[in-house]
Design a protein around this ligand. Structure first.
Ligand code: SF4
Ligand code: SF4
Length: 160
């Protein structure tokens, strides 16, 4: 609940330097956490596959796009292409991605905490904290500086 309040507060009154703060926390988190020791995103949540993703990966696998789609993907209730099964079939036993160089854009950008305009994806960051240990670490640090009881409040950084 407290976390909900914090995210609502950040959405309503976004600190001017929110991107800078989150990007710094992102860099710090990924210095400590290795995706190859984790792979939780690939095990528990599949990416959305754009047309470009499907065509690029199919070509890489030397498959017709329709055959690739029928083999690996399904269309969900929002009409999006998603994986038929989890963990992702392209995740290898050592947590490497077998299609890393051509992986979907959503995989390449995950967990999105180094993107600009963080205030627009705060809802996503809050959800991803339950999936990604790096995001959980980022959010814990956000709580430590932006929560009501933090010693040093964000007042001077508030956007008008
Ligand atoms: S959940 Fe986060 S830390 Fe784990 S593999 Fe995915 S991006 Fe890396
Ligand atoms: S395509 Fe690769 S990076 Fe994306 S979910 Fe599958 S294993 Fe993970």
């Amino acid at each position: 609940m407290l976390r909900n309040k914090l995210f609502q507060k950040l959405k309503n009154r976004t600190p001017k330097n929110l991107d800078k703060v989150i990007h710094e926390f992102h860099d710090d988190a990924f210095k400590k956490i290795s995706c190859l020791d984790c792979a939780n995103c690939c095990k528990t949540t599949g990416p959305l596959w754009t047309k470009r993703d499907r065509e690029r990966v199919a070509k890489h696998l030397r498959l017709e796009t329709s055959i690739f789609e029928n083999s690996y993907l399904r269309i969900d209730e929002d009409r999006d292409y998603v994986l038929k099964e989890l963990p992702c079939p392209f995740l290898e036993n050592d947590n490497q991605c077998s299609i890393y160089d051509v992986r979907p854009k959503a995989c390449a950008e995950y967990p999105h905490t180094n993107r600009p305009k963080q205030h627009k994806i705060l809802h996503l960051t809050q959800v991803n904290a339950d999936i990604c240990p790096a995001v959980e670490n980022i959010v814990e640090r956000m709580e430590s500086i932006y929560s009501k009881n933090a010693k040093k409040g964000p007042k001077k950084e508030l956007r008008q």
